[in-house]
Design a protein. Structure first.
Length: 100
């Protein structure tokens, strides 16, 4: 009877070990899936970061181009303003000469 009790106890312990090993394998598989998902997410975030960097560089380049165009337009406007003022001065001088 004692031997049978020990056998049953040993079988129960072996069953517990087998169950624990199964649970450990399940946990390892879950951890592996989570690790793969995390790696995939990191890769996606890195790709999104690269896309953002490229987009930011393109936007910065476009803004710099627009600033150059604005400077050129402002310079052209100043040139036109100077020419108009010179023409107005000529008109005023001519009027003055005509009145004399």
């Amino acid at each position: 009877d004692a031997q049978r009790g020990q056998d049953r106890h040993l079988m129960a312990e072996e069953a517990l070990v087998v169950r624990c090993r199964g649970e450990m394998q399940d946990l390892e598989q879950v951890a592996e899936r989570q690790l793969l998902a995390s790696r995939s997410e990191i890769s996606q975030l890195r790709a999104a970061g690269r896309d953002t960097d490229v987009s930011l560089a393109e936007t910065t380049s476009e803004l710099e181009h627009q600033q150059d165009e604005l400077r050129q337009a402002r310079d052209a406007q100043r040139g036109q303003d100077r020419q108009l003022m010179a023409e107005e001065a000529v008109v005023v001088r001519c009027r003055g000469e005509m009145q004399d």
